[in-house]
Design a protein around this ligand. Structure first.
Ligand code: DC
Length: 233
């Protein structure tokens, strides 16, 4: 059976990765989290002292950008693909709040985007992938056979992210999470390079009132429509 490319774009914290993982698991495809790559660059600038009083030293970043190595390795124990930065597993570290705060310093930079888009195209070439992000259906894989655009109300997204972070022991308030989501929505939709936009051929899923299994059934229905009966997980 043809192994296709599935692009999932949408606002932050609206369940893109949950759906992407479910589809990848069901179809025996590879899941690629493009946001993890932007988070890894954000972690790099934090750890290498490239941010002072909230201002990024862009010149210094551009000087070393070509040498920053980002990769994914499959962890057999967790059955997940984990993010590595310069030889170190950073999968958990990049989910922390300071990285979420710094990521919008690096994600608008065209050179950063060019590097990461190229990496995404390399890891996704050949199909059999589900990739989520902001510009996957518009820039990275404009010819993806299936594109989903996901959205949900900001309140529901903040609530879900808050519970997720709390579950991991984070010391955080719902107001902080909401402020970060609003900030990233604004930055994602207004940046000059590859802003978040809905591809004209994307199937829109608003999951404000959907459970994750309802959402999965809806999405799988689209996949079946596009490629016919699919392999069972
Ligand atoms: O999906 P996420 O929230 O983990 O993404 C982290 C940040 O990276 C988010 O604020 C927007 C940015 N991003 C991007 O600009 N382009 C992508 N393809 C994926 C993420």
């Amino acid at each position: 059976m043809k192994r296709i490319t599935i692009a999932i774009d949408g606002f932050s914290s609206c369940g893109k990765s949950t759906l992407a993982k479910q589809l990848a698991h069901h179809l025996h495809y590879t899941y690629i989290d493009s946001g993890a790559m932007y988070r890894a660059i954000a972690l790099y600038v934090i750890e290498n002292g490239l941010v002072t009083d909230g201002v990024l030293n862009k010149v210094a970043l551009l000087r070393v950008l070509g040498h920053i190595h980002i990769g994914f390795k499959h962890d057999d124990a967790t059955q997940r693909s984990e993010t590595w930065l310069d030889g170190r597993n950073v999968e958990h570290r990049i989910r922390e709040m300071d990285v979420s705060h710094h990521v919008t310093l690096v994600s608008p930079i065209p050179e950063v985007r060019a590097k990461l888009v190229q990496l995404q195209q390399e890891v996704g070439q050949g199909g059999g992938v589900v990739m989520d992000g902001r510009d996957i259906g518009t820039v990275v894989f404009p010819n993806a056979e299936i594109k989903f655009f996901m959205t949900a109300s900001p309140e529901i997204r903040a609530q879900r992210r808050y519970l997720e972070l709390k579950g991991r022991g984070a010391d955080i308030t719902i107001e902080e999470v909401m402020a970060n989501i609003e900030r990233r929505d604004l930055d994602d939709t207004t940046r000059a390079a590859d802003p978040l936009t809905q591809a004209p051929d994307a199937f829109v899923i608003d999951n404000t009132h959907l459970t994750s299994s309802e959402q999965f059934d809806l999405a799988l229905g689209e996949v079946v429509r596009a490629i016919g009966v699919v392999t069972q997980a």
